[in-house]
Design a protein around this ligand. Structure first.
Ligand code: NAD
Length: 296
């Protein structure tokens, strides 16, 4: 943990836990009112193929949060041996089912399944992750779809909650995945940041990152971003979720892409791992489900 005194650290922490709880309370209120009025409830369907342990944890968590706020949800788990044809048939059924408003295919899929073919099969109107090419294209063109990719959209909500100025600021995003890095960059750009995207071939990464007023790390490398990557006073968002073994206890623990201990004294605001971006992603998934329901 950081060597900062607890009160100084508390002032710097962007608590995804607190912000997501506020968002979930709001959503629960809306769902309660819908129930009282006898309206049909929004329903989220999550499909998990295979037994990836991290994916099992994430999908169970998503179903649990849906249940906690009174959202209808269904978690479908399929064996690793599921064929592409079988999965496509199931997706088609859910696309055609009027009681389903949001459909999520948990990634990563087993290697024998073609990820883009599967994601493209989800109806754009039920695409709760915003990964369908139609929705990514709408994001690119500024015609914002009802459901934006959950992780970057959750980060934007958190920046807004903590009143972080974005317009005219220099944002650096490390990572160019379709799930996080690219949509994150577009969302920051849409709020008028000057955006730099860094990746595995970027030359002198620390120097590029040290220009950032807002630094987003979405790499998947434990504690890669150290103090020398960070401009004093920068806002640091840590997307990474890495499981590392503690050599002393032999137990695994979660760490981000940011070396919290060395970076937190330099940053003006920073997200912890866990309790930062992760909870915002799930709360945004719920908000997206409601948004798709309304759009339908
Ligand atoms: P990815 O593997 O698809 O992409 C990683 C990106 O990092 C790539 O674009 C690559 O170019 C870049 N990269 C790799 N090594 C690098 C290096 N040495 N220097 C600079 N850039 C480098 O991963 P992803 O799906 O974007 O996820 C990134 C991290 O975020 C992972 O730890 C993942 O578990 C986590 N994640 C968290 C949430 C959440 O809700 N908190 C959601 C999605 C992903």
């Amino acid at each position: 943990m950081s060597s900062l005194p607890p009160e100084a650290l508390a002032n710097k922490l962007m608590s995804g836990k607190d912000v997501s709880q506020a968002l979930l309370d709001e959503l629960k209120g809306e769902l309660d009112a819908m129930k009282t009025s006898g309206a049909k409830l929004p329903k989220l369907v999550v499909i998990l193929v295979g037994e990836d342990p991290a994916s099992q944890v994430y999908t169970k968590r998503k179903a649990k949060v849906a249940q906690e706020i009174g959202m209808a949800s269904e978690l479908i788990t399929l064996p690793k041996t599921t064929t592409e044809a079988e999965l496509l048939t199931l997706i088609e059924q859910k696309n055609d089912d009027p009681s389903v408003h949001a459909l999520l295919i948990q990634l990563p899929l087993p290697k024998h399944l073609n990820e883009s073919r599967i994601l493209n099969a989800v109806s754009p109107t039920k695409d709760v992750d915003g990964f369908h090419p139609v929705n990514l294209g709408r994001l690119l063109s500024g015609d914002t779809p009802p459901a934006l990719p959950c992780t970057p959209a959750g980060i934007m909500k958190m920046l807004s909650f903590y009143k972080v100025p974005i317009s005219g600021k220099h944002a650096v995003v490390i990572g160019r995945s379709t799930i996080v890095g690219k949509p994150m960059s577009l969302l920051l750009l849409s709020e008028n940041a000057t955006v730099t995207i860094c990746h595995s071939r970027t030359k002198d990464l620390p120097q590029a990152c040290a220009q950032a007023d807002i630094l987003v790390a979405a790499v998947g490398r434990p504690e890669m971003v150290t103090a020398d990557y960070v401009k004093p006073g920068a806002v640091v968002i840590d997307v990474g979720i890495n499981r590392v073994k503690n050599p002393e206890t032999g137990k695994t623990k979660l760490v981000g892409d940011v070396d919290f201990a060395s970076v937190s004294p330099k940053a003006s605001l920073i997200t912890p791992v866990p309790g930062g971006v992760g909870p915002m992603t799930i709360a945004t998934l719920m908000a997206n489900t409601l948004a798709l329901y309304k759009a339908q």
